[in-house]
Design a binder for this molecule. Structure first.
Ligand code: C2E
Ligand code: MG
Ligand code: MG
Ligand code: MG
Length: 275
């Protein structure tokens, strides 16, 4: 009989499930190994004010370096880590790295600009996320307004406590950005959420530039955002005509290959002025 019962419990797992669990375990081990051996790097992509052509901020973006020295972009591994909840560890790692980097640049007398980080939807679901991030910034000795938080529009919409969270972030001095704005979902509702300081317009909307009705849509989105008191950042800007259009629209900052790709720390810091 005992044997029969065992058989029953075995039925819960198919052969594929077992293989997947083993793979997940290997992934988790690989992840831990990579964390301990500094295989994760933060790269920095500058944000420019199109009016003054000055760098006014940057975004910290994760990269994974494999044993052969190849750089793996986040699109390749973040979906896996999202499934396993490891993304929370990674988000915090990036935040910590950026805080320490800000402190180092301060000590070196570099110009100080905000460097934003990304929070995954999983990170938003852990209760003490705000106090934890505040505590890390405090320990390191960096002002929270220098590390703004990017939350994708879809993660914000899916989170039923987004208003409460946003209040907590703001109480602790973190600026909040809506990332990938306009890449789907109900963007009008997002505009009226009153949770964010900056709207980051997604590349898919920027690519409207050049098309008459697309440009009108973008134009009025920017006007509306500004009227509601939001700052506007454009991302995925690659061409001069896009910069010209956004400059005309008084877009506050521009992030994209037109100005610079994300850069490793050493290359990025060459762009920072020394005070
Ligand atoms: P994102 O937060 O929207 O970051 C902007 C992405 O657009 C970056 O891709 C950047 O390299 C790319 N990009 C910037 N300018 C241009 C352009 O002119 N043309 C094109 N084609 N692309 C441009 P990246 O670094 O591969 O990151 C992809 C996504 O991975 C990020 O999108 C973000 O959602 C996620 N990610 C990156 N780092 C982290 C992290 O530390 N935590 C979490 N949760 N997500 C992260
Ligand atoms: Mg982002
Ligand atoms: Mg984005
Ligand atoms: Mg994106």
């Amino acid at each position: 009989q005992i044997k029969d019962r065992k058989d029953i419990s075995y039925q819960f797992y198919s052969h594929e499930d077992t293989i997947r669990m083993l793979e997940d375990k290997a992934m988790e081990d690989e992840f831990k190994h990579s964390l301990e051996n500094n295989c994760f790097e933060v790269w920095y992509q500058p944000k420019y004010d199109p009016e003054t052509e000055r760098m006014v901020g940057a975004e910290g973006l994760i990269r994974w370096r494999d044993e052969k020295g190849n750089v793996i972009p986040p699109g390749k591994f973040i979906p896996l880590f999202e499934r396993d909840g490891l993304i929370k560890v990674l988000d915090e790692y990036v935040f910590r790295k950026v805080c320490m980097q800000q402190l180092e640049w301060q000590k070196q007398g570099k110009e100080i600009i905000p460097v934003s980080i990304n929070l995954s939807r999983a990170s938003l679901y852990f209760d003490s996320v705000v106090s934890r991030y505040q505590q890390i910034a405090d320990e390191i000795g960096v002002k929270t307004h220098l590390v703004p938080i990017e939350i994708t529009e879809s993660a914000a919409i899916d989170n039923d406590n987004i208003k409460g969270l946003a209040d907590k972030f703001h109480d602790n001095g973190f600026p909040l950005l809506v990332d990938d704005f306009g890449s789907g979902y109900s963007s009008l509702a997002t505009l009226n959420m009153k949770c964010f300081d900056t709207l980051k317009i997604d590349k898919s909307l920027i690519d409207y530039i050049g098309d008459f009705s697309g440009e009108r849509l973008l134009e009025h989105t920017i006007l509306l955002a500004k009227e509601l008191g939001l700052c506007v950042t454009a991302e995925g800007v690659e061409r001069e005509e896009q910069v010209d259009f956004l400059k005309q629209m008084k877009c506050d900052s521009i992030q994209g290959y037109y100005y610079s790709r994300p850069l490793p720390k050493e290359e990025f810091e060459k762009l920072l002025l020394t005070a």
